[in-house]
Design a binder for this molecule. Structure first.
Ligand code: GCO
Ligand code: MG
Length: 406
């Protein structure tokens, strides 16, 4: 099964997506997601200029060899652009292999370990009434776990809070911008406010509902430890990215101070980013996306390593992971023994018009479906109606103007 043709598809149905398409000599088509939100065209250039010329004529079945060839062969290893490009190739090859076998991909990863993958959605509101409405809306949609983000008194638009006017999510798609928008942030105000929100949510919705929260890399280890402790009475499923990702050692301090479960890794791109966190059991959940971690081949190895230390998966699944990347995560979710939860933000109707998916969401559980391969086909004709449009992520500043982590 040789690769006859490789090409990169860029489309923007609601937001930008980068998809690698591989075609074999006998006409099988495989897709891989290489979307890196806000820096999309860097991955396109990496693939088109440096990877595609190496793919034609290669044995499409040789997934591990191709992975090592692209990773070690570049000499310059890791980094989000490189690993998103390798992921795109890796996932497209797994899609091809499973299509050639006539099986859904999870069968090649060991088969089903569960009926479906518990998913969490993004509930948010500027204030408590809006937040409660959003939680109810998620429960009505079938979600059995929700992430909670709210506005903070005194601050304007902040990460994770849908802006109103029918927006489903923050920056999806209403405030995407060709220049980076700026938000204002105050960590002390946030720390005072968040426990009151969880108190109110538990009071209204009871003790059962799994609740999650994302700190988006903004706290110091001490602040994160204090927040983790303050949230203990509300029994969080996890507190995510409490400190900046570059310094895994910071989590030793947090870990020693609180039993609130910790989730980390959406901006990581290799197993080495996790080495300290896993071996010292400083985290409870691996947050990586297939798309940003070198694909199924690499993320599977991270999860097997994590399993030894009782660490489970909680893969990244915002709408900037394309339906191809989401499907790849779902096949792993179904097959892995140490699955934890799957983030699931619903893609827009425009996105789903271009990417035809076979995954399902029933009673709060996601399933990748039984179509051979990943179960996602790209409608190239439909994609042409949505040309690339530059869109930056926001930049965060403290109240005195200092740039902070967004
Ligand atoms: C999450 C993430 C996202 C990221 C986004 C950046 O937990 O889903 O934090 O909201 O901010 O993926 O591109
Ligand atoms: Mg996050």
């Amino acid at each position: 099964m040789k690769i006859a043709h490789a090409e990169v598809l860029v489309t923007s149905p609601g937001r930008n997506f980068v998809t690698l398409k591989l075609v074999t000599e006998d006409g099988l088509v495989g897709y891989g997601d290489g979307t890196l939100n806000g820096r999309e065209l860097a991955v396109v250039a990496y693939l088109e200029e440096h990877v595609l010329p190496l793919l034609t004529g290669r044995n499409a079945h040789a997934i591990e060899d191709t992975w090592q060839y692209l990773y070690r062969g570049a000499y310059w290893r890791r980094g989000p652009v490189t690993m998103a490009a390798i992921a795109a190739v890796d996932v497209a090859l797994w899609d091809l292999k499973a299509k050639a076998a006539g099986m859904p991909l999870y069968e090649l990863l060991g088969g089903e370990s569960r009926r479906g993958a518990l998913a969490y959605g993004h509930a948010s509101g500027n204030d408590l009434p809006q937040l409660f409405d959003s939680i109810r809306e998620h429960l009505d949609l079938g979600y059995r776990a929700v992430r909670i983000q709210t506005g903070v008194p005194g601050l304007g638009q902040i990460y994770g809070v849908a802006g109103g006017d029918g927006d489903r999510y923050d920056y999806e798609p209403a405030r995407r911008s060709a220049v980076a928008l700026e938000e204002v942030w105050d960590t002390r105000a946030y720390l005072r406010h968040v426990p009151t929100v969880f108190e109110a949510v538990r009071h209204e919705f009871g003790p059962e509902l799994p609740l999650l929260h994302d700190g988006h890399h903004r706290m110091t280890p001490n602040q994160a430890a204090a927040l983790g402790r303050a949230l203990e009475p509300y029994d969080l499923f996890w507190l995510e990215d409490c400190t900046p990702a570059e310094n895994p050692e910071a989590l030793r301090r947090v870990r020693s101070q609180t039993t609130t479960p910790l989730a980390v890794g959406e901006v990581f791109n290799s197993v080495f980013d996790y080495q300290t966190l896993i071996t010292e059991q400083l985290i409870d959940y691996v947050r990586s996306a297939v798309t940003h971690t070198g694909g199924i081949t690499a993320l599977r190895k991270i999860m097997d390593f994590a399993a030894v230390y009782q660490i489970r998966s909680g893969f990244h699944g915002p709408t900037d992971i394309s339906p191809v990347g989401m499907a790849a995560a779902l096949h792993l979710d179904i097959a892995l023994h140490n699955f934890g939860i799957q983030e699931y933000m619903r893609h827009s109707p425009a996105t789903l018009e271009v990417f035809r998916t076979s995954y399902t969401f029933v009673d709060g559980l996601l399933h990748p479906g039984s179509t051979p391969g990943l179960g996602v086909e790209v409608d190239e004709q439909a994609s042409r109606a949505f040309p690339y449009s530059p869109a930056y992520l926001p930049v965060n500043r403290l109240t005195d103007g200092t740039v902070h982590d967004w």
